[in-house]
Design a protein around this ligand. Structure first.
Ligand SMILES: Nc1nc2c([nH]c(=O)n2[C@H]2C[C@H](O)[C@@H](COP(=O)(O)OP(=O)(O)OP(=O)(O)O)O2)c(=O)[nH]1
Ligand SMILES: [Mg+2]
Length: 130
């Protein structure tokens, strides 16, 4: 069966040796797990534009530029996603969970203590190697 692939822009917000992560609301797909902020890329939108829009909404940051980190395709069974993951080091604002969700800066060496969706294993490996 051909399933629709959901295209998602994911931002790894990094400052010094920490990254900013948020907790996904319980009622969402992969809810209750931690994530790197981001969301669906809309029709006609670039990954960068989607990141600018989603990160302003979700964590109140203004993104000035980004660099591609990796692309992951993952099938959760109930949903198939393509994650376009960008590294964000050029931004301004005070990161916080702007939609009422938990959000925090976490040292990269501490990321293994947080539960992420299965597709994120490759993202975390990549971040550790930065
Ligand atoms: N943002 C984000 N999504 C992730 C990560 N890892 C992962 O598997 N996903 C999946 C979970 C979801 O199926 C999908 C993102 O969807 P989303 O619900 O955040 O999209 P959105 O922000 O546009 O939400 P909505 O407006 O449609 O409610 O990607 C991650 O680190 N960050
Ligand atoms: Mg989102």
């Amino acid at each position: 069966m051909n399933k629709k692939i959901v295209h998602v822009a994911v931002g790894v917000i990094k400052a010094e040796n920490s990254v900013f992560i948020c907790k996904r609301p319980d009622n969402k797909h992969q809810g209750g797990l931690w994530e790197f902020p981001g969301g669906k890329v809309e029709r006609g939108e670039s990954v960068f534009t989607a990141l600018q829009r989603e990160l302003l909404e979700e964590v109140a940051l203004t993104i000035h530029s980004s660099t591609e980190l990796l692309v992951i395709e993952h099938d959760y069974g109930d949903k198939q996603v393509r994650l376009d993951v960008h590294l964000l080091t050029d931004f301004h604002g005070e990161a916080h969970g702007a939609e009422g969700q938990q959000g925090k800066w976490v040292a990269i060496t501490e990321l293994d203590n947080y539960a992420f969706p299965a597709a994120n294993v490759a993202i975390i490996e990549k971040i550790k190697a930065l």
